[in-house]
Design a protein around this ligand. Structure first.
Ligand code: ATP
Ligand code: MG
Length: 378
């Protein structure tokens, strides 16, 4: 049985795989970008994931390669595959988490519901899309965006000139993704896991709240989602996982529109912020499930432990110290809330941790999670 998992990227997602690996006796090895990152508790090597030899040397020490982020170049992943090293998710699937234009095209091909979109190469093409969509749209860079960086609401064709200019400098050329400004009631996420052999497990669809383009809070399950909404979200996520051949954990970000449709926003092929609640709120956390899935082991049960779980991110950390300095008050006030600290230095706006509260009364759970997060960040 192959039980050494290599994770490329040393951020908090790799860090949160560690407790699950310890419990199962899985040897987790991490290729981190820098020393002292969040995953430094595991066996960590430091190296550049864009360097072929570095990644090969790392991959040769593990049974399967997986990821904390989506940025490892395709050529490198394909070279690992050609050497017989299992990579999950594989490059053919990961492509659609790396490039939002390819993702939109593939989802359209699969007949899945997405916002109206186009690939645009210059301001005139953007202008034409704006003219067709009531004068407002969302422009996105196809690659490299995260936490709302690379996403811009525009109402004039010249508002993306800097991005067009940057693409013109790029030897590979390229285009921007433009899409309709979706009128949504709220944002949801459906997290699933899929094994190479095909088994799929789903957690309940959750509601996600973004502030400034960044996930701030998650409510599991999404309020008023039982029935049709949950079924549609599940069907979409299964169609994506199977249609694209995703292995490991997949998060499908969704818009619930004001006219009651679900549209796919984007895909993440790794544990995702919208699934952090599962560490404390589900029989199997997304991190354990990801390890099971990439090792092609039977998936764990995904039932909820509490009627409601609410996750609130901790941003920045106290200006005059660390999250840990606030533990005495936070723990004393909210003994049932679970705190997750990513071991990062405080910096304004940075995700340095999250908290999860659970219980029967949603208002109480929301209050407890928010109050605890507030203690830890200021
Ligand atoms: N077409 C759209 N219409 C309306 N709002 C949108 C649209 N696309 C994105 N947004 C808003 O911007 C946020 C960030 O967009 P998106 O998820 O594409 O970017 P990202 O930077 O890759 O995100 P992440 O933080 O998940 O990495 C979305 O969660 C949503 O709130
Ligand atoms: Mg997103």
């Amino acid at each position: 049985m192959a039980l050494t998992v290599g994770v490329i990227g040393g951020g908090q997602l790799a860090r949160m795989m560690i407790p699950a690996a310890v419990a199962l006796g899985i040897d987790l090895r991490v290729l981190a970008e820098q020393p002292g990152m969040s995953a430094a508790l595991a066996s960590v090597g430091v190296g550049d994931y864009r360097d072929l030899q570095t990644v090969i040397d790392f991959a040769e020490t593990v049974d399967v390669v997986t990821f904390d982020h989506e940025h490892v170049p395709q050529e490198i992943l394909r070279e690992l595959m050609s050497r017989g090293i299992p990579v999950h998710p594989g490059p053919d699937a990961l492509l659609y988490a790396q490039d939002k234009l390819l993702m939109r095209a593939r989802l359209t091909e699969l007949g899945l519901p997405v916002p109206d979109w186009a690939s645009v190469e210059n301001a005139d093409e953007l202008g034409a899309f704006l003219a067709d969509h009531g004068g407002r749209a969302v422009v996105k860079t196809a690659r490299g965006g995260y936490d709302g960086k690379g996403v811009r609401v525009v109402s004039h064709q010249h508002e993306a000139d800097d991005w067009f200019a940057a693409l013109a400098e790029d030897a590979n050329g390229g285009a921007l993704l433009v899409e309709e400004l979706v009128q949504f009631r709220r944002e949801l996420a459906q997290v699933v896991a899929r094994r190479p052999s095909g088994e799929i497990a789903l957690w309940p669809v959750v509601e996600t709240v973004q502030r400034g383009g960044v996930c701030a809070e998650v409510i599991a399950p999404a309020p008023h989602s039982a029935g049709r909404l949950a079924d549609v979200a599940a069907d979409i996520a299964i169609a994506v996982a199977e249609g694209i051949g995703v292995t490991g954990v997949l998060a499908v970000e969704l818009f619930e529109t004001t006219d009651d449709r679900l549209l796919v926003n984007e895909l993440a092929m790794r544990p995702h912020n919208s699934g952090h609640w599962s560490i404390d709120g589900s029989a199997t956390s997304q991190f354990e499930q990801h390890l099971r899935a990439v090792l092609d082991l039977p998936l764990g049960a995904t039932g909820v432990r509490d009627a409601w779980s609410v996750m609130v991110n901790v941003f920045g950390g106290p200006a005059d110290g660390t999250m840990g300095d606030r533990y005495p008050e936070a723990f004393a006030e909210h003994p049932s809330v679970k705190v997750h600290n990513y071991g990062k230095e405080s910096r304004p706006g940075r995700k340095v941790g999250h908290v999860t509260a659970g219980g029967d009364d949603l208002d109480t759970v929301v209050y407890q999670a928010r109050a605890t997060a507030a203690f830890l960040q200021d």
